[in-house]
Design a protein around this ligand. Structure first.
Ligand code: BT5
Length: 223
């Protein structure tokens, strides 16, 4: 992988910038990283917050042979490696796209498909976190986190989809938990049983197992 890192003091959103470049044929390995996003995006129209210069805000362009949730899994697993290497923090993955420390969100991933490419954006709380969220710590260098993140992406990407699916399963803190699954048109509860080879969540709802491709999941505390 040849990384081509574009740095911005301020930008609307690294995902928006890189998605536009994907149409122009930007190669795999193009990276955008910003000190400040004025319109940082989460999923489903939500926003991603971070004060200037505090956190890692970056997007990576990949051109994988398969477009699936496993691309998110690849970057999420690399984020776990980066958190461990830079801050000694052992984080877990909440399906579908959150990096968690216990029940607090440390990082979020936003994947968007554009012209055959996948732009994967990740915000990792380094020096700042909103109330109720986690961060790596003020002494941690954002550049170190980025370097470990890119090394990790390369390592997982080369390991292949089977390894990524295995790695995701073992890092997924959603498994075996009671969950509420929230989709656009329906909400239901069950127990998260497994993640498929495509990265879909299997939820045991008692009478059957349901396969969920895209949703928000809430971890329910045991009664
Ligand atoms: C995500 O969305 O978690 C995906 C976040 C992706 C952000 C990166 S930053 C670089 C790249 N460029 C972009 O424009 N985006 C990507 P979602 O699961 O929808 O979570 C969004 C929700 O998380 C918000 O509605 C808030 O409740 C919460 N949130 C916002 N900022 C946060 C932060 N810094 N830490 C923890 N939670 C946050």
């Amino acid at each position: 992988m040849r990384w081509d890192v574009h740095r911005f003091a301020e930008i609307d959103s690294t995902n928006t910038w890189l998605t536009a470049r994907a149409g122009g044929g930007a190669p795999e390995g193009t990276v955008a990283v910003a000190d400040l996003q004025t319109a940082g995006r989460g999923r489903l129209g939500r926003s991603w917050e971070a004060p200037p210069g505090a956190n890692l805000l970056c997007s990576v362009l990949l051109r994988p042979d398969r477009v699936s949730h496993l691309v998110v899994a690849c970057v999420s697993l690399a984020a776990l490696d980066a958190c461990r290497a830079t801050a000694g923090i052992e984080a877990g993955l909440k399906w579908p796209n959150d990096v968690m420390v216990q029940d607090e969100k440390l990082a979020g991933v936003l994947a968007e498909v554009a012209d055959g490419a996948v732009v994967v954006g990740i915000g990792i709380n380094v020096g700042w976190a909103p109330p109720g969220a986690a961060r790596l710590g003020a002494g941690v260098s954002r550049d170190d986190v980025l370097r470990h993140l890119l090394e990790g992406i390369e390592r997982w990407y080369e390991a292949g989809w089977d390894e990524i699916a295995r790695g995701y399963r073992s890092a997924c803190v959603t498994l075996n938990r009671a969950v509420r699954v929230e989709m656009a048109d329906e909400t239901f509860t069950g127990v998260a049983a497994d993640v498929t080879a495509d990265g879909h969540l299997l939820v045991d709802v008692g009478v059957c197992t349901r396969e969920v491709a895209a949703a928000d999941v809430v971890h329910l505390r045991p009664a």
